[in-house]
Design a protein around this ligand. Structure first.
Ligand code: PLP
Ligand SMILES: N[C@@H](CCOP(=O)(O)O)C(=O)O
Length: 420
């Protein structure tokens, strides 16, 4: 395994760690898989499904050979992340207008979001380098995840969160896990800029998506989906786009699976952004060469409130390699899709619902055929933003069919029977 700059191609060793090359390009992990045999890997990954209380019980470390083979086991900080549910639901299929849709509930991860798949690897790598202080800037999920792993690994976390437009549930979760939290006047983008400048001098190991080990861990999401589906992936993988770590990771994971012969066809990736924070979609849609950062992003799906996604070049590469597409959706479309996902019993936070909203739009626009198959990555848990639930389910907003909060005037058999 080595780190290679995506701009100038310079390579460095993974233990001589850096996020950016001197030329300003981000580093990417490059691995040599030529000694692997697909059938042997499948057997190994299947055997590990019965592991309990070893690192290989984790839905990330099950694939250690493809993620971080060099890491000595003693450094692994895990909470048996991954192993999340894969669902289908008629309500969602009808809403989108496709016959077969899968939902991968990364919301079931230990800290409630997909970040855990990447964070276990980043924190383990940091520990192997001797770091005891970890940091990130965050709209709340990266921070909850980092705070949890730092505490499990007996380390400290220092976290920078915007002082507005984020979910208090996530900040409280971060604080409760024991992080040192700085509430900052600015957005995620300002926080990243600060950490790019000062983290090294402050002796902090950065766990945001500029860290290629975070991305490396998130590749496991697509490995796990492929394994659960017996190495036959759907036609489309649909993912919400903010900082673009997940789109990048899924693209890399798909590349690995295809190169290794574990799958014989590459699915296409669809990246869905919220209209109010969609610089990547705008770049692709308007066929621009470079991304133009949005200085004041805003969407109610606060996890997507990112105007200058650090990984946009990596995500562009993933999109090209998978012949992918992008779309943007309004907050109303996101919240209505979320209501359907919640009603199906699966549930998610607003950002995740951009996938279902976007897929519906792409099917309406006939950019995706209704007879194709698709999988939406549900990135965060329904309880991550309880204000969003309160706002949506207030009397005025309630979708008629969901009026299920009944005001029983009296608690007796006859009154209740009337409702049932
Ligand atoms: C719940 C949730 N969904 C989606 C995203 C966007 O993912 P990415 O930043 O990898 O594009 C985030 C934050 O990044 C998130 O917290
Ligand atoms: N929504 C994210 C934004 C941070 O992105 P990252 O991938 O750079 O950590 C969050 O949860 O903070």
């Amino acid at each position: 395994m080595k780190l290679v700059c995506i701009e100038c191609g310079k390579s460095i060793s993974y233990d001589n760690f850096s996020y950016y090359c001197e030329c300003g390009g981000l580093f990417d992990i490059v691995q040599d898989f030529h000694n692997h045999d697909a059938e042997r890997l499948k057997r190994l990954f299947n055997e590990r499904l019965s592991e309990r209380m070893t690192p290989y019980a984790s839905g990330v470390w099950r694939y250690k050979e493809l993620i971080f083979p060099e890491l000595p086991e003693e450094f692994i900080v895990t909470k048996y992340e991954g192993n999340t549910g894969l669902y289908t639901h008629q309500l969602i299929q009808d809403y989108i207008g496709m016959r077969k849709i899968y939902l991968k509930a990364q919301s079931e991860n230990p800290s409630g979001s997909f970040k855990d798949n990447g964070m276990t690897v980043a924190v383990s790598h940091g520990k192997s380098l001797g770091y005891k202080k970890f940091t990130c800037t965050s709209t709340g999920n990266t921070s909850s995840s980092l705070a949890m792993y730092a505490s499990i690994g007996n380390s400290d976390s220092y976290i920078f969160v915007p002082n507005k437009d984020i979910s208090m549930n996530k900040v409280l979760q971060t604080i409760a896990y024991g992080a040192h939290v700085f509430s900052i006047p600015g957005t995620y983008d300002d926080g990243i800029e600060f950490l790019e400048k000062y983290s090294e001098d402050l002796g902090l190991y950065v766990c945001n998506s500029i860290n290629p080990f975070r991305i490396g861990g998130q590749k496991s999401i697509i490995y796990e989906i492929a394994q659960y589906l017996n190495w036959n992936l759907p036609d489309w993988i649909v993912v919400p786009g903010g900082a673009l770590s997940n789109a990048t990771a899924l693209g890399k994971g798909l590349h690995d699976l295809f190169t290794l012969g574990l799958i014989d066809k590459l699915p296409r990736i669809a990246i869905i952004q919220a209209e109010g924070a969609s610089p990547f979609h705008q770049m692709i849609d308007q066929k621009m060469k470079e991304l133009i950062p949005d200085g004041s992003p805003y969407t109610r799906a606060s996890a997507l409130n990112i105007g200058n996604p650090p990984s946009w070049k990596k995500a562009k590469h993933a999109l090209k390699e998978t012949n992918g597409i992008t779309a943007s959706v309004s907050d109303t479309e996101i919240l209505n899709a979320k209501a359907i996902i919640d009603r199906s019993g699966i549930g998610c936070e607003p950002a995740s619902a951009a996938t279902v909203a976007g897929l519906r739009k792409l099917v309406d626009q006939q950019k995706i055929d209704k007879d194709e198959t698709a999988l939406c990555i549900l990135t965060g848990n329904i309880l991550k933003d309880t204000d969003a639930l309160k706002e949506y389910h207030s009397e005025d907003n309630m979708v008629a069919t969901f009026k299920n909060t009944l005001q029983a005037t009296s608690l007796d058999y006859k009154t209740i029977q009337n409702y049932i």
